[in-house]
Design a protein around this ligand. Structure first.
Ligand SMILES: [Zn+2]
Length: 80
């Protein structure tokens, strides 16, 4: 018996897929199991990136767009 690397439920040692979440399991050895980083976690409910880093990146993107719009407005005002 071992555990699903994604949701943690008990699964048969020879199971290729988790019976709970359906995710494919790595080879039984477990030595070369893929490392799941926090940056790649997604919210299962929405499918949207849920990591704090992703939210920061979205925030920075919005900020940059606002600066670009503001700068463009200033240029138009000064051109008149
Ligand atoms: Zn699972």
């Amino acid at each position: 018996m071992r555990y699903c690397i994604f949701c943690g439920v008990k699964i048969p040692a020879d199971a290729k897929f988790c019976q709970n979440c359906g995710k494919e399991q790595p080879e039984t050895s477990g030595a070369n199991a893929p490392e799941v980083t926090a940056d790649e976690t997604t919210d299962p409910a929405t499918g949207v990136l849920a990591s704090p880093k992703a939210k920061i990146m979205v925030g920075v993107g919005v900020f940059v767009v606002m600066i670009a719009v503001f700068t463009g407005t200033m240029i138009l005002v000064n051109a008149k």
